[in-house]
Design a protein around this ligand. Sequence first.
Ligand code: F6R
Length: 619
Amino acid sequence: MCGIVGYVGRVEDDGALDVVMEGLARLEYRGYDSAGVALVTGDHTSTRKKSGKLANLRAELEADPLPPSTTGIGHTRWATHGGPTDENAHPHRGGADGKLALIHNGIIENFHSLKGSLLNRGTVFTSETDTEVVAHLLAAAYEQHGELTDAMRAVVADLEGAFTLLAIHADQPGVVVGARRNSPLVVGLGDGANYLGSDVAAFIGHTRQALELDQDQIVTITADSVTVTGFDGSPAEGRAFEVTWDAAAAEKGGYTTFMEKEIHDQPHAVADTLLGRTDADGRLTLDEMDITEQQLQQIDRIIVVACGTAAYAGLVAKYAIERWTRIPVEVALAHEFRYCDPIVDDRTLVVSISQSGETMDTLMAVKHARLLGALTISVCNTHGSTIPRESDAVLYTHAGPEIAVASTKAFLAQITACYVLGLYLAQLRGGSFADDAQAVMKQLGEVPDKIETLLGRMDRVKEIAGFMADTRSVLFLGRHVGYPVAMEGALKLKELAYIHAEGFAAGELKHGPIALIEPGQPVFVIVPSPSSEHGLHGKVVSNIQEIRARGARTIVIAEEGDEAVEPFADEVIRVPVTAPLLAPLLTVVPLQVFALWLSTAKGLDVDQPRNLAKSVTVE
Ligand code: F6R
């Protein structure tokens, strides 16, 4: 939530505004309620800020340009304290002389009491934000210390909550100071220029060399230096890494929206997540795993913690991992996990799933699990992010940058990574399934081509979405691994098309939800493969008949060759045949495509739906 950019170049390189605006454009998916920039210009800082999307700030800058500068910060906001107005947009100034400017991501939990003290001293506030409180404190600390890094250190000592702060001061041109606690900040290392960003997308157009920071650290950048210290002043070093994707990966590549592009990236996302997971003998290896094999052999319980789409990936994983390992798997919404007094010990493996690696609820769940003695593995898409660093081990998904707010390719990559984890555990523990792991890896290896085939057949789904622009409610039914897929289909529709949508376990229908069915009600049904065990296929076909008899309009997602669904389906969308447990990697694709085109048919912003932000870094 909130995108943050900082930049310092050499004296001859005075294009700070362009660099900061380019970074903001790449980070806009993190928040788009308002945007602003501040530059060091002569003996003061100059700011421009505007409510609404970045385009409004661009227009403001055209109407009222800023002078050249070597040093700047920029912010794109997801509002927490104070509405999305020009006044509440960042940067905020501190002090009376207009020399200091500050941007912030996160929440300062004790801002009320800090603001009270400032008001008593006569400080005048121009916004309702918690950020402005910090700006005034920092300006006062600068007066006292005469140096921005020292001032920042003094101020963070009094702050509670989660925050990333970036500040500039006109008396120290050529310096940006950042601080982080439980909120993202990475450093980009350039040649004669350095960068700060909420994530590497902020500077990917300029450098792929980056530095991870730890919690409670302050970083000071100039054009030629990067200095990291702890909040207590102790010297520290960031961890260098190279970003594995380039600027082109963060662009639309000819598609009209990032979401459409990312849906089409899915074959690669799955294939890349499978890369390098088997040794020469075809045995699974997970070289990013820092937990010992002995520890993993002893686990007797797995808890997946995640939010939203990532939690649905966890629900799919539950079916697969339990089946393959016979270890009980529970899926907990990360924001509930901490507060339900979870039963966890050193034989519990807590698997967090997070695309961003920054979701505060998930991060807190991981920290809590570790405190209770659990082993923690992070399934994550973002190198340099916080959750992997706070975990005992990490299994990276290789989906590449996901820019659209609605998650698509990350979901498929998360499911894939969880399958790999399940197979790895099965092999390690040597149960009855261990020998089949290689066969499943082979089936998984065939999935990317099947997704490609499926994507080539989505014209009808697009047409159906086009007809349904006025639809007010859509239901989704699934069973077994199709159940989380149904919930994911509903979530995509809610967040992108703003219409009522619900996903149900098909077996639950007769226990209440069937009362919602009235003539014309559209219902997507994810039909299990006819090869599924326990006669699940036949049971879901019966469910289709039951709702059809009550007037539902049925849009059925069924395997190629499954003729049994034909008589009861208003529409049939065919997916290639695959192993029943792997089917979510295919069946969810038409639902993503449907949400994409329904949102488009309604004229909505597909990539930046209202009220949302990509990375939820506040609780
Ligand atoms: C929905 C969506 C969200 C995220 C959730 C977790 O399309 O994107 O539900 O899945 O906010 O985010 P991460 O995976 O970054 O922890």
